[in-house]
Design a protein. Structure first.
Length: 163
């Protein structure tokens, strides 16, 4: 029996978090071990029996250390991406070909000192910053660019400055 073909694997159910601060910028983190300039928005799996909105709030706290946010928008559609061939079988115990994501826009209600991705139980990021939404697509790994472009377009009306 040969290796499993990517097309035979399912997509991992996941949420994505588009966290907006009062300056209209979006939170990104740099994955531990990733390329120096490869940033991503927080995201994570949906647990069995969990609603996607609940997963978004949980994942935000698990990945960034803050829960000071409220949901202000939800993407109209689920989106999905495939992992590059060289990553299939190496992450998520080889069970998935990519992710099927529901994205949420959240308004950050806290202060920057609440954000501490290095201080969480299972750190995934070794750095973070607030980024202009217009710079997100160019600063993410190539296989996520199409998704990021769609999400930035969909949530652009929510990028208003509050101060």
């Amino acid at each position: 029996m040969g290796p499993v073909q990517a097309s035979e694997l399912p997509y991992r159910p996941c949420v994505g978090i588009f966290l907006i601060n009062d300056a209209g910028k979006v939170l990104v983190g740099r994955r531990i071990g990733a390329e120096a300039d490869a940033w991503q928005m927080p995201q994570g799996g949906i647990d069995a029996g969990e609603e996607p909105a609940e997963a978004a709030l949980r994942e935000l706290e698990e990945e960034t250390g803050t829960s000071s946010a409220r949901i202000i928008g939800e993407a109209a559609e689920w989106v999905r991406y495939d992992l590059p061939n060289e990553m299939i079988g190496k992450i998520w115990q080889g069970r998935y070909r990519g992710q099927r994501q529901k994205w949420f826009a959240l308004r950050f209600l806290g202060t920057d000192d609440e954000i501490n991705p290095a201080g969480v139980a299972h750190p995934e990021f070794d750095g973070w910053q607030w980024m202009d939404a217009g710079d997100l697509v160019a600063n993410v790994v190539a296989f996520k660019r199409e998704i990021y472009a769609m999400i930035v377009d969909e949530f652009a009306p929510l990028l208003v400055r509050r101060k």
